[in-house]
Design a protein around this ligand. Structure first.
Ligand SMILES: Cc1cc2nc3c(=O)[nH]c(=O)nc-3n(C[C@H](O)[C@H](O)[C@H](O)COP(=O)(O)O)c2cc1C
Length: 172
């Protein structure tokens, strides 16, 4: 049966252009709270969610990624805020746990009219010196890596229409 939650799940799409409108802090807190409530392996919750809504700091993070990965004009689509999902680099379920939390973030954001997209470029470069310096500035523990980043902002354009493949088989 269609309800508001199912509708949200079916309608969420990645947004890659954001307006200048600020996301209210309370909405960001609420979105982060849905990450905290996500499932985690053995309920270990070995994660941290860092909400950054300071344009200068987001810019610093983008600059360092731009340099390290040689990606000119890298800007994470210029979001109003980001949420960085981190966990201990060597924790066996870090990737799965963070993915569950990030999906909650995307869905909660969508339900509030806020656009979002998964940003993956921090993966694998967190222990490079220049990147770690910025992460440390953001109070991210030195043994944590970013397993995904949610870029957030009010949509500045409709999402691209994308195809979703048939991949369901029901065997009764
Ligand atoms: C693990 C993962 C990494 C992703 N990394 C990026 C990324 O770095 N940049 C980006 O624009 N989208 C990224 N995406 C978003 C996907 O491109 C997007 O979810 C996919 O095209 C399906 O579109 P939809 O989210 O609108 O359904 C990522 C998604 C996942 C699950």
């Amino acid at each position: 049966m269609m309800n508001e939650v199912i509708k949200c799940l079916l309608e969420r799409r990645s947004i890659r252009a954001f307006s200048d409108k600020r996301i209210p802090l309370d909405d960001l807190k609420l979105i982060a709270e849905t990450a905290r409530m996500a499932p985690s392996a053995r309920n270990q919750q070995k994660w941290k969610f860092t909400v950054v809504r300071n344009a200068e700091l987001i810019g610093e993070l983008c600059s360092v990624i731009e340099k390290e990965l040689d990606r000119p004009d890298y800007d994470m689509y210029n979001p109003d805020a980001i949420i960085i999902a981190t966990a201990q680099t060597d924790y066996e379920f870090a990737k799965e746990d963070c993915a569950c939390a990030l999906e909650n973030i995307f869905l909660a954001a969508h339900s509030l009219g806020i656009g979002s997209v998964w940003i993956n470029q921090l993966r694998g470069i967190c222990d490079r010196e220049a990147v770690r310096q910025v992460l440390t500035k953001l109070n991210i523990p030195s043994d944590h890596s970013a397993f995904g980043v949610a870029a957030l902002g009010y949509p500045a354009q409709e999402h691209r229409s994308i195809s979703k493949l048939e991949c369901i088989e029901i065997i009764s």
